[in-house]
Ligand binder design. Structure first.
Ligand code: NDP
Length: 342
């Protein structure tokens, strides 16, 4: 199902207290959009927006934006009719279960922007509460800029728990409130969103990274130089342009922008790749890592009883930086005096 403005009444938000836990990437964009919708649609009684954040630069931003903020999680939670949980996924269970859940109203709707914690049931939410997913497919700055320019943005919606019997009404009102329904909001589920999200991160992009890494080494062994390889493979931004054309013209149709030699090579080559190992790997990641919960358990365990996320990432970066591709790029960037943007 697809939902547009006309399918979504804002009435379920009237007179409600809507609390944003976290004023980061998504929290700020969604709160600003919602405040503007409340004003432009003249909701009455006017819903109250509360920003809850630890006292730091994010909180100062909320102040600057005219919201003010509270760092008292328990009081904010106790007032909430709708509670957006917009802190990083790995932070949510600890923060929610310890500092928010005990104070939550029995009928509060808890809103997540990704399926992860809802699908893996990491949040202790009473059966009387609603749990809805409103998950923009865009970074926060785009959520805000598209709203400001009168456009919607791609977004998934689902009801994961309908404690009040009215969770869908609230979910759709929120989608419209944050401005997503102008372009059509897609019905999904926490399971589908989590599977696709983690699959892209753990199967598709690793295959792409490994392909580039191995291609680099293979071509280097045939005598190609670091300069030529780095430029040919990504520094020219050709791959970025190809993906942009995939979105603009179609995944296959964009090939017409390439030469006949290239079109023939790409189409024929893609049919000849031995996809057997890839299919096996995709099945392993989807079933043994994501759907089984093994990845989530491993990741959440890093901080609890492992080396910690930061340390684990450090050691993975160290390995990734010891490949021919990474070492070759360092040499090229140094020679060309190219700085990274971060
Ligand atoms: P951010 O990383 O931008 O979140 C930062 C916010 O979380 C700040 O308010 C920060 O406050 C707070 N925070 C971080 N750590 C803690 C902590 N330990 N205790 C309390 N507050 C904390 O998050 P995003 O907006 O990126 O993500 C929020 C949700 O949106 C996630 O579920 C994510 O999956 C989803 N999402 C994100 C998208 C994106 O583009 N980033 C796109 C679509 C969905 P402070 O540090 O001051 O405590």
């Amino acid at each position: 199902r697809l939902f547009y403005d006309k399918d979504c009444s804002l009435a379920p938000l009237e007179g409600k207290t809507i609390v944003f836990i976290g004023y980061g990437n998504q929290g700020r964009a969604q709160a600003l959009n919602l405040r503007d919708t409340i004003k432009s649609e003249k909701l009455s009684p006017v819903p109250k927006i509360v920003i809850a954040n630890t006292k730091d630069s994010y909180a100062s931003k909320a102040d600057e934006d005219g919201f003010g903020f509270t760092s008292d999680w328990a009081t904010a939670a106790s007032e909430a009719d709708v509670l957006f949980l917009l802190v990083p996924d790995q932070v949510q269970p600890g923060l929610f279960n310890e500092s928010i859940a005990p104070s939550l109203k029995k009928t509060c709707a808890v809103v997540v922007a990704s399926g992860y914690n809802a699908f893996y049931k990491f949040l202790n939410i009473a059966p009387s509460n609603d749990v809805v997913m409103v998950a923009p497919r865009m970074i926060g700055t785009s959520v805000r800029s598209r709203y400001e320019s009168g456009q919607g943005f791609p977004c998934f919606v689902s009801v994961e728990q309908d404690g009040t019997g009215k969770a869908w009404d609230v979910a759709l009102a929120l989608c419209r409130g944050i401005g997503a329904t102008k372009g059509g909001v897609i019905e999904s589920s926490a399971k589908e969103e989590t599977l696709m999200d983690l699959f892209a991160e753990q199967a598709i992009w690793p295959a792409i990274i490994a392909t580039f890494r191995e291609a680099y080494s293979a071509l280097k062994a045939y005598g190609c130089s670091d300069e030529a390889l780095v430029h040919e493979l990504w520094l020219s931004k050709e791959p970025a342009e190809v993906f942009e054309k995939c979105a603009d013209d179609g995944f296959i149709r964009q090939l017409i922008h390439h030469s006949s030699v290239s079109q023939y090579g790409q189409l024929k080559g893609s049919m000849e790749v031995d996809v057997g190992p890839l299919k096996k790997e995709f099945k392993r990641v989807a079933e043994d890592r994501i759907l089984s919960g093994a990845f989530a358990e491993e990741f959440m365990g890093l901080d609890k009883n492992g080396p910690g996320v930061e340390k684990a990432l450090e050691s993975l970066y160290e390995k990734a930086n010891q490949t021919e591709l990474a070492e070759g790029e360092v040499r090229v960037r140094e020679r060309l005096g190219l700085k990274s943007s971060n």
